[in-house]
Ligand binder design. Structure first.
Ligand code: G3P
Length: 226
């Protein structure tokens, strides 16, 4: 658990880009592993469910699910079961991503069930208020991402630094054990450095690396100023 949550941390959310699906997902995860080994920075990947098992088998860096459903084993066709993700080798899961929002009671259930199963929980939020609300649930990480900046190429750490700083301050007040990440529009070493300077312990990002001409090179640049 310790090495999985080592900070600073970079979590690359593969979303559903073709560039990070199937064979491409494996290649991208291997690029992340190369950079993690070369730099010593904790880099985790969050591939699609269909790619989780293979990637968890093939790479030696933390692998996260993008979402898990608040269900118990049984009749829930099409849902993502925590126990199955665990068996596939995941280290943790994103919860409540802006592209997969959940109601508060379900976020609470998933934070509790991840903790019971030694999985790392990363609860995504869209602003300071929701960060404040979910911190009381006690997740490992809160990742604040203003939705309007997601996929925009405009880094949150520069466009809306007050959201990151405000989240860090609010979380600190409620539960200093919860670590803050930020995301949206992050792609360069300067963006990452700005994120850390604002008090976050890492970034959750996607398009800036996945769509880069050379993702491994882009990752090396991302962590170059830490
Ligand atoms: O989960 C990461 C995310 O929503 C940010 O996406 O493409 O702006 O880095 P992106």
């Amino acid at each position: 658990m310790k090495s999985i949550t080592k900070t600073p941390i970079v979590i690359l959310n593969f979303k559903t880009y073709l560039e990070s699906s199937g064979e491409n997902a494996l290649r991208l995860a291997q690029a992340c592993e190369n950079v993690a080994k070369e730099t010593g920075i904790n880099i985790a990947v969050a591939p699609q469910h269909m790619d989780l098992y293979r990637i968890a088998q093939e790479v030696d860096i933390p692998v996260f699910a993008q979402h898990l459903d608040p269900i118990t084993p049984g009749g829930h066709t099409g849902s993502a079961l925590l126990e199955c993700a665990l068996d596939a080798g995941v280290a943790g899961t994103l919860i409540n991503h802006s592209e997969k929002r959940m109601i508060l009671a379900d976020i609470d259930e998933m934070v509790q069930r991840t903790a019971q199963n030694d999985l790392v929980s990363v609860v995504c939020t869209n602003n300071i208020n929701t960060s404040t609300a979910v911190t009381s649930l006690g997740p490992d990480f809160v990742a604040v991402e203003p939705p309007e900046l997601i996929g925009s190429g405009i880094p949150v750490s520069q466009a809306e630094p007050e959201v990151v700083e405000g989240t860090v301050a609010a979380v600190q007040k409620i539960n200093p054990g919860v670590k803050v990440l930020c995301g949206a529009g992050i792609s360069t070493g300067d963006d990452m450095k700005a994120a850390l300077d604002l008090g976050s312990v890492g970034v959750l990002l996607a398009s800036g690396i996945i769509l880069a001409e050379n993702p491994e090179k882009a990752l090396l640049d991302l962590v170059s100023k830490i």
